[in-house]
Design a protein around this ligand. Structure first.
Ligand code: IPD
Length: 289
């Protein structure tokens, strides 16, 4: 990695994300929907595929020796290797996109040795850019350092705003783990719950991570999403002082492609919040195992 110019790569990734934005904002997703992947809530549109093609073509032209992993071209069995790899979700928040709810991002990360080192998350509707380079800080619109305000200590979960996502699995063990844990998080302390200030489901893993990096969200917990949903946001989170652990209790160092994640914002008390949260997780997710 020593000889990679991460700043130059970052700048190119930002320019690509911005140049792909029009394709998303001008699309008519209800008419371009091309079917579903796993089930009727796992959506993909022609725009997802077109934007990934645009991004991968530009990246391959400029960095022909780098690998590429993208949501729309992923095949079961593809793995993230140690080679420099662009990890891309062309539209993170496809359900929002289809419904014209403008909480959508292009999520473009670079992983080296399977670790995220550059992250670019761009919402083309609001023209909001989050980005980071490992060791060089995380920024909003390249100028405002993240987090947006100095982090206060994390006290207990009952002072936290927590992002969670239902994802597309709607039955089975992992659906039960999620729905029971959501109840545990919301329930009163007297009933053994976390009594969190609120649960939020915005529909974009990458933007959720940026929300935690910015400091507005305290925790984001999800299982079922993929490396392309989290790679870019991961380095933005870490550069803003946040940490990423497993959504299942016990693993403090998940892989980028582990498919189970919990992000905690910067501030004293991260370890205690993780342990309190893990104590409320109902069972264990099977995804990624
Ligand atoms: C999805 C979003 C959503 C998360 C899902 C992801 P997509 O990505 O990030 O927030 O709950 O797990 O698959 O399908 O919109 O690219």
């Amino acid at each position: 990695m020593a000889d990679l110019n991460l700043r130059e790569i970052h700048d190119f990734m930002v320019s690509i994300a911005k140049s792909a934005a029009d394709r998303i904002t001008s699309a008519k997703p209800t008419t371009s929907s091309s079917g579903s992947k796993k089930n009727s809530v796992d959506l993909v549109t022609e725009t997802d595929q077109a934007v990934e093609k645009l991004i991968s073509t530009s990246l391959r032209d400029k960095y022909p020796d780098f690998s590429f992993m993208g949501e729309e071209t992923y095949k079961p069995g593809d793995t993230l290797t140690a080679a420099p790899t662009f990890v891309c979700d062309p539209i993170d928040g496809t359900t929002n996109f289809v419904h014209r709810y403008p909480y959508v991002s292009i999520s473009l990360g670079l992983a080296v040795d399977r670790k995220p080192v550059v992250g670019v998350v761009y919402n083309p509707f609001t023209q909001t850019l989050y980005s980071a380079i490992k060791g060089q800080g995380a920024y909003l619109n390249e100028t405002t350092k993240l987090p947006l305000t100095p982090p206060t200590p994390l006290e207990t979960l009952n002072s936290c705003l927590v992002a969670v996502e239902w994802g597309s699995d709607r039955s089975g063990n992992d659906f039960t783990v999620k729905s029971e844990t959501f109840k545990n998080l919301a329930a009163t302390k007297e009933n053994g719950g976390g009594m969190v200030h609120g649960l939020r489901s915005f529909g974009s893993a990458a933007l959720n991570l940026c929300g935690v990096a910015s400091g507005g969200l305290d925790v984001y917990w999800e299982a079922g999403c993929w490396a392309w949903d989290v790679c870019a946001g991961w380095v933005i989170l870490q550069e803003a002082g946040g940490i990423m652990v497993d959504a299942n209790p016990g693993n403090w160092e998940p892989r980028v492609d582990e498919r189970r994640y919990m992000a905690v914002r910067g501030g004293e008390g991260q370890k205690e919040i993780v342990e309190e949260f893990w104590g409320l997780v109902h069972g264990n997710f099977e995804v990624g195992i």
